[in-house]
Design a protein around this ligand. Structure first.
Ligand SMILES: [Ca+2]
Ligand SMILES: [Ca+2]
Ligand SMILES: [Ca+2]
Length: 190
């Protein structure tokens, strides 16, 4: 894997999670297997679901952030409708829906901004979700974050609000890949 090069202009976009109709139907059918005897999916069950997807490395923070993004009513359970909705957004949502979903994953203190720290922390996790870990990951992430803030933080608060985040994803294919956790690249909407 090439990953980010020194000027972050040639992000290789392979290794996105793969999903087809059959996998999606299986996942929907298996909801109650993952739920077991509980009322809905808890974090443990949700992690089991995520393990069935073709993702490289799933760090606990990513699982937690995805769980939060799926749990739209915030009751700490992922119910069937949230589960199907979340999977549909991830795999068949419009590009905009995936960016919005990605923003909710990255903004982990839910203050409506993706801070430099949040961006850095999430990029480490997302990088390993999508790519093999290069030796110089620290440098790649630092460079990427610096460039993303420099180019897209238009109001200069050292953070990306949703408009800035969305604009970055719409403008730069590499950023789109990261901001949508790799789920947008297969989209027919692109
Ligand atoms: Ca819920
Ligand atoms: Ca935030
Ligand atoms: Ca900003």
């Amino acid at each position: 894997m090439n990953g980010l090069n020194s000027n972050t202009n040639s992000l290789d976009s392979s290794n996105q999670p793969v999903m087809n109709d059959e996998t999606m139907q299986n996942l929907c059918a298996k909801f109650y297997e993952f739920v077991k005897d509980k009322p809905a999916l808890d974090r443990e069950g949700f992690q089991e679901v995520m393990k069935t997807l073709d993702l490289k490395v799933l760090h606990p923070l990513i699982v937690e952030r995805l769980f939060k993004a799926f749990d739209k009513n915030g009751n700490n359970w992922v119910e069937y409708d949230e589960y199907v909705f979340g999977l549909n957004v991830l795999f068949w949502g419009s590009f905009d829906e995936k960016v919005r979903f990605g923003f909710s994953v990255y903004d982990f203190n839910d203050d409506g901004l993706v801070s430099r720290e949040e961006l850095t922390t999430m990029l480490y996790e997302v990088y390993e979700l999508l790519f093999d870990k290069p030796a110089d990951l620290d440098r790649l992430i630092t460079t990427f974050v610096d460039l993303a803030i420099k180019h897209y933080d238009t109001d200069k608060d050292d953070a990306l609000n949703f408009v800035e985040f969305e604009f970055a994803a719409n403008t730069d294919q590499r950023i789109a890949n990261f901001f949508t956790l790799g789920f947008a690249t297969d989209s027919t909407e692109m």
